[in-house]
Design a protein around this ligand. Structure first.
Ligand SMILES: [Zn+2]
Length: 165
């Protein structure tokens, strides 16, 4: 190290030049300046990123792909179940399709599926389809039984009334 005033070589540790008496200026503080700027720049964009990303990721983590592959068949069989359950004389087909949808719902839940969207709608339709299918099948079975009894009894008036259904 040399004196900045007179250029004399200085021994280490001295605070004043032994030749001219000028205070020894240590050049080390100059190295600290670039390191101070770096964290100041990096600190600005860092806190903005996690705030916008975290709420989007949470709802995506739901059922596994095997379970979600069953959601479309559940909806299709649910629609078929309720549709056929409402068709006179073939209501029993509604019971069959609804039962298929229900068995797929059971499998879906077994695979860790979360009932939402298509699977949820399909499950509701299958439940209604089962109830409607069973109730109407019983009603039409009674009607058919009465009709057969009417034919057997040969009561033409009663037969004509029931046929209006
Ligand atoms: Zn000096």
């Amino acid at each position: 190290m040399f004196c900045q005033n007179c250029g004399t070589q200085l021994p280490e540790g001295v605070k004043f030049c032994p030749e001219c008496g000028a205070p020894v200026v240590i050049s080390e503080p100059l190295r600290e300046e670039p390191t101070v700027e770096e964290p100041a720049i990096a600190a600005d964009p860092a806190p903005q990123q996690p705030i916008t990303e975290t709420p989007v990721q949470q709802p995506i983590v739901q059922s596994n792909p095997e379970a979600s592959a069953l959601s479309t068949p559940i909806l299709i069989f649910g629609i078929l179940g309720l549709s056929f359950a409402c068709i006179p004389y073939i209501n029993f087909l509604g019971i069959i399709f609804s039962a298929i949808a229900k068995s797929k719902v059971k499998k879906f839940l077994g695979l860790g599926g979360v009932l939402s969207g298509k699977a949820k709608v399909g499950n509701i339709l299958a439940t209604i389809g089962l109830i409607v299918g069973i109730v109407l099948t019983v009603i039409f079975a009674i009607i058919i039984t009465i009709m057969i009894l009417g034919i057997i009894l040969g009561t033409l008036g009663e037969k004509g009334y029931i046929r209006g259904w």
